[in-house]
Design a protein around this ligand. Structure first.
Ligand SMILES: C[S@@+](CC[C@H](N)C(=O)[O-])C[C@H]1O[C@@H](n2cnc3c(N)ncnc32)[C@H](O)[C@@H]1O
Length: 273
C-alpha cells in the first residue's frame, strides 16, 4: 500500500510526480513520495548538480528578500512559493520587519496545504492555493481584506517558477499583468534556469520533466530578459544567481567551485519605474 501521510490532501495523485515535491526532494525535504523521488533520480542522472542549484536558488531568494526589506518593501507576493522549507520568505522578511505581509501562491496542493498548516495562526501571512496563470483571482485574493495594499509598493517574487510556464501560456504577458497591478517603486525578483551553458544537458532535463505534473523549460538569457520589460534591473542586472550580490559575510566555499555553467541559473531584481 502506498504511503499517504496526514499532510497529503486527498485530492492529490501521489503516483504522479509533482514539480513542487521533486524540488522539495532536491532540497532534502520530506514532503515527497516514491514517484517524485524516482523522477527526481532520473533528473539527477543527467543533472547531478540539481541539489546544489536549488540551494543556490534559495540563497538568492533570501538575499533578494533581504535587499527588498532594506529598500523599504514590507509586502510580498510570492508566486509559485513552493513547499515550506528553511529560510522561507516570511521568515526572512519578518527577521527584517516583523510587520511585513506576505502572500504565498502555489498551484500544488501539498505546497498550499503545508503552508496553510504551519501559518494558519499568523495573520501577517496568507496562503492561496491558486494558479498564477490567472492573475485576476490571485490579485483579488492577495488584496482581500486589505491584506496586501496595492496602492503601495509590493515585492513580487517569481523565483524558479517561470520555467513551468511554457511560451504557449504567455509568460511575458503574465509578468506584465502582475507588474501592472503594482505601483511604481514596486520590485520583481526573478530566477530562471538557463540553457546558455549546457544546452544538451538541460534539454535532457526538460525531457525528464515531460513526465512530471508540469513540463519545465530552460530559457536563454535574452528570452529571460524579454520577460522583464518595465523593470529597471538593479546592479548587477540579470546574472548568474551565485553572482547576484553574493553575501560578503558568507565565507563558505562554493560547492561547485563557482562554476556558473554547472548552476545554469540566472537571477535579477528589477524596480518598476
Ligand atoms: C521550483 S519550485 C520553486 C519554489 C520557490 N519559489 C523557490 O524558489 O524556492 C516551483 C514552484 O512553482 C509552483 N508552480 C508551478 N506552476 C505554477 C502555477 N502555474 N501557479 C502557481 N504555482 C506554480 C510549483 O508548484 C512549485 O511549488
Amino acid at each position: 500500500m502506498l504511503e499517504r501521510p496526514l499532510w497529503a490532501p486527498d485530492e492529490i495523485d501521489i503516483e504522479r510526480p509533482s514539480v513542487a515535491r521533486m524540488y522539495d526532494f532536491f532540497l532534502g525535504g520530506s514532503h515527497n513520495f516514491a514517484a517524485d523521488r524516482q523522477l527526481a533520480q532520473q533528473a539527477l542522472q543527467v543533472f547531478p548538480d540539481a541539489p546544489y542549484v536549488v540551494r543556490a536558488n534559495r540563497a538568492f531568494l533570501r538575499r533578494a528578500v533581504t535587499l527588498l526589506c532594506e529598500l523599504g518593501i514590507d509586502q510580498f507576493l510570492d508566486l509559485g512559493s513552493g513547499i515550506p522549507t528553511v529560510g522561507n520568505v516570511h521568515e526572512v522578511a519578518h527577521a527584517a520587519n516583523p510587520e511585513a505581509r506576505i502572500v504565498y501562491v502555489d498551484s500544488d496542493p501539498v505546497a498550499a496545504a503545508h503552508s496553510q498548516a504551519i501559518l494558519r495562526d499568523d495573520e501577517r501571512v496568507r496562503v492561496l492555493h491558486a494558479d498564477l496563470r490567472a492573475p485576476a483571482p490571485v490579485l483579488l485574493g492577495a488584496a482581500a481584506e486589505g491584506h496586501l495594499d496595492f496602492s503601495r509598493p509590493v515585492g513580487v517574487l517569481l523565483v524558479s517558477v517561470l520555467p513551468f510556464i511554457p511560451d504557449s501560456d504567455d509568460p511575458a504577458g503574465l509578468v506584465a499583468a502582475y507588474r501592472e497591478a503594482t505601483v511604481p517603486g514596486s520590485y520583481l525578483a526573478i530566477s530562471h534556469g538557463t540553457n546558455e551553458y549546457q544546452p544538451e544537458t538541460v534539454g535532457e532535463v526538460e525531457g525528464v520533466y515531460t513526465k512530471a505534473s508540469q513540463p519545465g523549460v530552460f530559457r536563454s538569457r535574452d528570452e529571460i530578459l524579454a520577460l522583464l520589460p518595465g523593470y529597471e534591473l538593479l546592479p548587477p542586472g540579470l546574472v548568474d544567481a551565485i553572482r547576484w550580490r553574493p553575501d560578503p559575510n558568507d565565507d563558505r566555499p562554493d560547492p561547485l567551485g563557482g562554476d556558473v555553467a554547472r548552476y545554469s541559473l540566472l537571477a535579477a531584481v528589477g524596480r518598476r519605474g
